[in-house]
Design a protein around this ligand. Structure first.
Ligand code: GLU
Length: 306
């Protein structure tokens, strides 16, 4: 039996778009008889109190998980071991670039946006020694491929760029791309359902999984909820968290029903939705959720309404 998961970063409260992704992850896992795990990605951007609210909001809409919650901050030895293994195999190099160095190199003619241009890949040992005196190094993967193809249930085979991405940040914190791969493999996760803002990261992660000797998971990158302006839904968009909605008179069951309705599923309960769930029937158009601070809300899910 494999497993799926939801892996929130405890940076603030979850909004309806995040809760919708969590429900989808739960539906995908439960409908394929997988376990469903909850992992808090608190290496970065953790805000005091956010984790407790996120987990209680997930429970409040009926999302339950198997076993204890795991936290990345409690799993550092796993990431360190993976970094050491890669370093020992000669697959990593030190990078001394600042954000500004990378931005400047990326603005050069012919540079590909969002792709590390390889500035530090071929430094000599004496160049590296000189740079070490100036600033701490990040560690990047010395990739042997430019692209990698992953399997996505909703997008089909997806081929994307694999550049020399960071696996250990210069402040010593494992990079998200490393931690997520190590954790998914260590936890037996073979189904990754998350927002499609991470689709373009999945080839890097699938490639790294292979280097570490793991089969990449199957992905389902789901559409993010949008606001009235067609941009990714965010907290400033009005009443979008369970707390805000409750204060405006929309209870948790209604919030869940809105989400299920937006997915074209029966909205009385998660179990009813599970019975009807079929990934092939999910709407192919984004969910536009509009709301104001008084809690009046509306939605569009069909293209003719856009
Ligand atoms: N922690 C990431 C986020 O909240 C999700 C990572 C993942 O699902 O792989 O955006």
């Amino acid at each position: 039996m494999g497993a799926g998961r939801f892996a929130p970063s405890p940076s603030g409260e979850l909004h309806l778009g995040n809760l919708r992704t969590a429900i989808l992850a739960w539906l995908f896992a439960r409908s394929t008889n997988r376990e469903f795990l909850m992992r808090v990605e608190d290496l970065d951007r953790a805000r005091a109190g956010a984790e407790a609210i996120q987990l209680s909001d997930l429970n409040a809409i009926g999302v339950t998980w198997d076993g204890p919650v795991t936290r990345q901050s409690q799993r550092l030895p796993l990431y360190t071991a993976a970094v050491s293994q890669l370093r020992d195999r000669g697959l990593l190099y030190e990078c001394f670039c600042t954000r500004r160095d990378i931005a400047e190199a990326a603005s050069a003619p012919h540079a590909a946006p969002g792709i590390y241009p390889g500035t530090c890949r071929n430094l000599t040992e004496s160049e590296r020694a000189a740079k070490r005196d100036l600033r701490p190094a990040a560690w990047r993967l010395r990739t042997q491929e430019d692209t990698f193809t992953v399997t996505d249930v909703l997008h089909g085979p997806y081929t994307g760029t694999v550049d020399d991405f960071v696996v250990l940040r210069s402040d010593g914190v494992p990079a998200y791309n490393l931690a997520v791969v190590v954790d998914d493999a260590a936890q037996g996760i073979d189904q990754v359902v998350r927002g499609d803002d991470l689709l373009s990261s999945s080839p890097r992660q699938g490639y790294l999984a292979g280097l570490l000797g793991h089969e990449p998971p199957t992905y389902a990158h789901v559409q993010l909820a949008l606001n009235a302006a067609g941009k990714r839904l965010a907290k400033r968009d009005g009443a979008v968290t369970l707390g805000q909605l409750a204060a405006a008179g929309t209870d948790n069951a209604t919030a869940r029903a809105l989400i299920l309705y937006s997915l074209g599923l029966p909205s009385a309960s998660l179990d009813d939705a599970l019975e009807a769930f079929d990934p092939a029937q999910l709407p192919t158009h984004p969910w536009v959720f509009t709301t104001d601070r008084d809690g009046a809300h509306g939605m569009r899910i069909r293209p003719e309404n856009r």
